[in-house]
Design a protein around this ligand. Structure first.
Ligand code: ASP
Length: 343
């Protein structure tokens, strides 16, 4: 089996600067020297590094395109792909790539670590070596076991567009609050096969959607939010989409001015999607009187999607279909690749 390792950077690749004490990305040779196991097993591993290696806080849609193209350009030559990535924005990148790939039939596994690879207690090796094993896991019929974009960390494999970074301290940095783990790695790797996306059509090529519209914003409501703050966001020039982070099951203060500002934005063609500030559970507009105004203003439900998945999905559907607002709204209301449950 052959796995391609795309190395974007992140803590996993970092060393501490002797003068400042700050972590910064190391070079490839230093990294390879720390993980000799990579080149000693049955799986052939090749590496492509980003130049320079980056902290994931510096990544943007251009880098998502870069990652997707590495997969596409090497698609036939490898059985699976592992993307080494900083944990800070890994859930955004994993979500973005899940929307970019059409007809994915091979595993694309994101992983990283909370401690640099050279540190004694580092979680880097375990995460990396297990991610490689998952990327190379095939059934006897020649089909990949997990043919989707996933994120592996601390023994758990999550659907990439369901994962959220929840912890800046523990090795268990991610969780998938609204969808169970696709696999768990203990002594053996146990796959929850009924939860994994069905494989694409292996006779058809992989297609990459690469357009993103970044004219989007996240508006997080809070008790006491003022009309000026809401207006500043909604009146951003050329705004196309807003992730509206609401309370509980999708509720908002019942101010007439809030309803009016949202209504006006929707009438100007801005797509607004309701995302609960809760990690677990779903938006259910109309359950309480305080969400009826949002419904009347034309706000769409995001159901149980994560903010990372919603934001990248919004950029993707606006980028690909921005001229057809009805289609954009429809696509935001349904699951494209397992990112939400709308029941
Ligand atoms: N700042 C780092 C990054 O996201 C954190 C990490 O990798 O865990 O690149």
């Amino acid at each position: 089996m052959k796995v391609l390792l795309l190395f974007t950077g992140g803590t996993i690749s970092m060393v501490r600067d002797a003068e400042t004490g700050a972590l910064h990305p190391a070079d490839m040779q230093t990294f390879k020297a720390f993980v000799p196991e990579l080149f000693a097993g049955d799986i052939q591993v090749d590496m492509i590094p980003f130049e320079p290696l980056l902290d994931s806080s510096d990544l943007n849609p251009d880098n998502w395109r870069q990652m997707a193209h590495v997969v596409q350009d090497n698609y036939d030559a490898y059985d699976g792909f592992v993307i080494l990535h900083g944990t800070d924005t890994m859930a955004y990148s994993a979500s973005a790539l899940s929307f970019m790939f059409d007809n994915l039939c091979k595993p694309v596994v994101f992983t990283g670590s909370q401690l640099p690879v050279g540190v004694l207690r580092s979680d880097a090796k375990e995460n990396l070596l297990t991610a490689i094993e998952i990327a190379a896991a095939y059934d006897t019929d020649g089909k990949a076991i997990v043919p989707e974009v996933t994120l592996f960390m601390d023994g758990e494999l999550y659907r990439g567009n369901r994962a959220t970074k929840r912890n800046a301290e523990h090795f268990s940095a991610f969780n998938s609050y609204n969808y169970p783990a696709l696999a768990r790695a203990g002594v053996h790797i146990t796959y929850n096969r009924q939860l994994i996306q069905p494989i694409g059509n292996t006779a058809r090529p992989l297609h990459v959607f690469e357009r993103f519209d970044t004219r989007v914003a996240i508006l997080k409501l809070f008790p006491g939010i003022t009309e000026e703050v809401v207006a500043a966001v909604l009146n951003t020039p050329n705004l196309r989409g807003v992730v509206l982070e609401t309370f509980g099951s999708g509720n908002a203060p019942s101010h007439e001015w809030l309803y009016q500002s949202l209504r006006d934005a929707v009438n100007r063609g801005v797509v607004i999607v309701n995302k609960t500030q809760c990690n677990t559970g779903s938006v259910s507009m109309g359950q309480y009187a305080v969400s009826l105004n949002l419904l009347k203003a034309g706000v769409i439900s995001g159901y149980d999607i994560t903010t990372e998945a919603l934001l990248t999905k919004m950029m993707h559907v606006l980028g690909e279909h921005g001229e057809d607002l009805a289609k954009v709204k429809k696509m935001l209301s349904v699951s494209l690749c397992g990112e939400l449950t709308n029941v």
